[in-house]
Design a protein around this ligand. Structure first.
Ligand SMILES: [Zn+2]
Length: 374
C-alpha cells in the first residue's frame, strides 16, 4: 500500500463518518511497518495485531547475516511508518538499505534497552561466557540505557564519531543509526582468521526470553508513538504476550533443570546462543563466530574437535539457516551424534516446528534437552 492512498482513503472515510465515530475510522487502517527479520516481525505482529501491516525483509529460514537487500525491500522501507531493526550489527546491510530508500519514519532498535554480551577477539568459542556476561552487565550497562528511547539519528552520529580500537561501546552506538561506512564492522572481518574485531557484541539477543520482554516493551512504546489511537490495544497485547513469554521461560528453566552438570555443553555451527546459555546455565561451542559470514578456521575446528573428545560431548546440532556439512564432519570425526536442528536467528515456515518466536524458543529447548538427556 502507498502512504498517499492510505491518507486519501482514511481522509474520505473521516469526512463521511467524522460526526459519528472518527476514532474507529483511524483504528481500521493498519499502519505499514517493516521488520528486518522473521523473529522481530512475529513480535511486532503480536503487539500490533490488526492495527499494523508488517513486511518482514528476511523471511523464515533466511540468514540475516548474509542478506542482500532487494529493490522491493527498499520500496517497503520507503513506505513504512516504522522500521524495526535488531541492532548490535546484526543487519550489516541496514545503512545501505536505508540510503537506497526514502524512509523518513520512526526507526526502532529493538535491542536498545538490553544488556549486550561482549564478544572479544580472543574469544575461543566457549570459554568465559560467564565473564563476558559479567562484563556486559557491569561495564556496558550505562550504554544500553543511553540507547533506549531516542529514535532520531542526531545523537547516534555523535556516538559514531567517538572512540575506536579501545572503545568497547563503539559498535553498539555505530549500529544505532549512523549512515557513513565504518571499518569496525564485524562483518568486514569475514575471511580473517581472527574472526572479530575488538569490541563486538553478540547480536542474537532474542535468544534470551528476558531480553524478549525488553524487545516487546520497545516495540510497544514505538507503536504507541506511531499510532496513539490504538495505544491501549498495543499495551493490552503486550500484557498477554509477556505473560506467555514468562510462562515459557519458567517451562524452559524446568526442562533444563533436569540435565546433569556434565550434559550441559552444546555444539552448534555459529555462535548464536550465548544469551540462551547465560540464562539457562548451558555452554555453547561453535566453530564459526558471531556471524555466518566468516568461515570457521581449520585451527578453530581442530580445537573444537579436541574439546568434544576431551569432554565427551555426545551431540552436535544443525541450524536451520546454515549449511550443515561442517557439523556433519565434526560429528563424523568425534563420534558425536546429530542432536537435531536448532533455530538461531530465523523462524521456520508455517508447517515447520518454529513458526512463531515462542514456538522457536520451546523447540530449541526441547530439542537440546532430548539430545542431552542421559
Ligand atoms: Zn547468527
Amino acid at each position: 500500500m502507498t502512504p498517499r492512498r492510505t491518507l486519501l482513503k482514511s481522509g474520505v472515510a473521516f469526512v463521511a463518518l467524522s460526526l459519528a465515530v472518527p476514532a474507529v475510522v483511524q483504528a481500521n487502517e493498519p499502519i505499514p511497518v517493516v521488520a528486518t527479520f522473521s523473529i522481530l516481525g512475529d513480535m511486532v505482529e503480536r503487539i500490533g495485531g490488526a492495527h499494523v501491516s508488517v513486511t518482514t525483509l528476511v523471511g523464515p529460514d533466511g540468514d540475516t547475516h548474509v542478506y542482500q537487500p532487494t529493490p522491493a525491500a527498499a520500496r517497503a522501507v520507503s513506505e513504512a511508518d516504522v522500521l524495526f531493526v535488531n541492532g548490535l550489527e546484526f543487519e550489516g546491510w541496514l545503512d545501505r538499505l536505508i540510503d537506497a530508500s526514502d524512509f523518513d519514519g520512526l526507526r526502532v532498535v529493538a535491542t536498545a534497552s538490553i544488556e549486550p554480551i561482549a564478544y572479544d577477539d580472543d574469544h575461543d568459542h566457549g570459554d568465559g561466557h560467564k565473564d563476558h556476561a559479567e562484563e556486559a552487565g557491569h561495564d556496558h550497562d550505562h550504554d544500553a540505557h543511553a540507547e533506549a528511547g531516542h529514535h532520531d539519528d542526531h545523537d547516534h552520529d555523535a556516538h559514531a564519531e567517538a572512540g575506536h580500537h579501545d572503545d568497547h561501546d563503539h559498535d553498539a552506538h555505530a549500529e544505532a543509526g549512523h549512515h557513513d561506512d565504518h571499518d569496525h564492522d564485524a562483518h568486514a572481518e569475514a575471511g580473517h582468521h581472527d574472526h572479530h574485531h575488538h569490541g563486538a557484541f553478540d547480536p542474537h539477543a532474542w535468544q534470551s526470553l528476558d531480553n524478549a520482554v525488553a524487545y516487546v516493551d520497545t516495540i510497544t512504546a514505538a507503536l504507541a508513538q506511531a499510532d496513539p489511537a490504538n495505544a491501549g490495544d498495543f499495551y493490552q497485547n503486550r500484557a498477554a504476550y509477556v505473560a506467555e513469554i514468562e510462562a515459557l521461560d519458567a517451562d524452559i528453566h524446568a526442562i533444563v533443570a533436569s540435565l546433569p552438570a556434565d550434559h550441559r555443553t552444546i555444539v552448534t555451527s555459529h555462535d548464536a546462543f550465548q544469551y540462551f546459555g547465560r540464562d539457562y546455565g548451558l555452554t555453547f561451542l561453535a566453530p564459526q563466530g558471531l556471524s555466518t559470514e566468516s568461515e570457521a578456521s581449520a585451527k578453530d575446528v581442530a580445537r573444537l574437535i579436541e574439546r568434544i573428545r576431551a569432554e565427551g560431548i555426545s551431540a552436535v546440532f544443525l541450524e536451520n539457516i546454515t549449511d550443515g556439512r561442517l557439523l556433519e564432519q565434526i560429528a563424523n570425526e568425534t563420534g558425536a551424534t546429530i542432536g537435531g536442528t536448532l533455530y538461531p536467528g530465523a523462524l521456520s515456515g508455517p508447517d515447520g516446528p518454529a513458526p512463531t518466536y515462542l514456538d522457536m524458543m520451546r523447540h530449541n529447548a526441547t530439542t537440546l534437552a532430548a539430545a542431552l538427556s542421559p
